[in-house]
Design a protein around this ligand. Structure first.
Ligand code: ADP
Length: 298
């Protein structure tokens, strides 16, 4: 499977440009689209699932142009929108059964079997008779992913799936997705939460103000922050100054004041030990320095 996005632009009716010359290639596996709120992630997702038309540019799915093959591409798609909710009063299993019919599963016996298996795999089998709107927030998100996955889609698009979930639910959610990424499917996961990307994605892109600022493996992204993350000890009364000058990613009180981790181009006024960056450090470095044009990585 391959999705190729070429020179994509989206200008809304009010002339706001939500996407600017986006070029991306996505192949089998989990692709993480990371970016702050307002970056244009939902706009891009909605174009990919044919709910929105681009102003300029094209999307190719396995070489076939999206707008000319909408029906065919839609039949391959599973989509979990950011604002997933239920419009009808249905029990959990009925909702999934309905989603399975919509995904083209006509044979009732096969469909019910698939529904039971899916309920089992997302951990909702025990609550299958509960009305969907009475499920907890985390369960609703799981039903959301179940409706996106039923019918074996080849392209799975999930928009901000972990927003509002507690840490346990978030891990569970990631595991459901990463189990799937073993198959020959494309999973595109959009998120503003760095932790959603690190463990599961083999490739990622950083979207900011409608433009792609980085495309590659998460490890490559992390490497860009090499030499820009420092650990140092500061006195309690230096905290205000430090906070004003540098992004502080963590601070732990110690005997003298605080042990802090700082992202910076370089430390001008005091000594610090350079530490190995993680994805969160890299994201902060990118947003605070690279995206603002303070420093360009090589
Ligand atoms: P994200 O999913 O990354 O938060 P969105 O794609 O939802 O970003 O939005 C990108 C930008 O486009 C935001 O500034 C948003 O306000 C704007 N936007 C989204 N939908 C519309 C619309 N229908 N009309 C005008 N502007 C919009």
């Amino acid at each position: 499977m391959e999705i190729r996005i070429e020179n994509l632009e989206k200008e809304y009716k009010n002339h706001f440009k939500a996407l600017k010359d986006v070029n991306l290639t996505v192949t089998d596996g989990m692709f993480g689209l990371l970016g702050p709120n307002g970056a244009g992630k939902s706009t891009l997702m909605r174009i990919l699932v044919t709910l929105l038309k681009p102003s300029v540019g094209k999307v190719f799915v396995n070489g076939r142009e999206l707008s000319e093959n909408r029906k065919e591409v839609r039949s391959m798609l599973g989509y979990l929108p950011q604002d997933f909710r239920f419009f009808v009063k249905l029990r959990t299993w009925e909702f999934l059964d309905y989603a399975a019919s919509m995904a083209g599963m006509k044979n009732k016996k096969e469909r019910l079997k698939a529904v039971d298996e899916m309920l089992e795999s997302v951990g909702l089998f025990d609550v299958r008779n509960r009305y969907a709107n009475k499920l907890s927030g985390g369960m609703k998100r799981r039903l959301g992913i179940a409706q996106a996955l039923i019918g074996d889609p080849k392209i799975i698009i999930v928009d901000e799936p972990t927003t509002g979930l507690d840490p346990e639910e978030r891990i569970r959610f990631r595991n459901i997705l990463s189990n799937l990424s073993q198959k020959e499917v494309i999973i595109i996961l959009s998120t503003h939460i760095v932790g959603d990307i690190s463990s599961t994605c083999n490739k990622m892109a950083l979207l900011n103000e409608g433009s792609v600022h980085f495309e590659g493996a998460p490890e490559e992204f992390v490497n860009l922050a090499d030499g820009h993350v420092f650990r140092t000890h500061i006195l309690a009364d230096e905290m205000k100054m430090i906070n004003e000058k540098y992004p502080v990613v963590s601070s732990v009180p110690d005997d003298m004041g605080y042990e802090v981790e700082i992202v910076a181009d370089r430390l001008d006024d005091f000594k610090g030990e350079v530490i190995t960056p993680n994805l969160e450090h890299a994201y902060v470095y990118f947003m605070e320095y690279v995206a603002k044009g303070v420093e360009t990585p090589v």
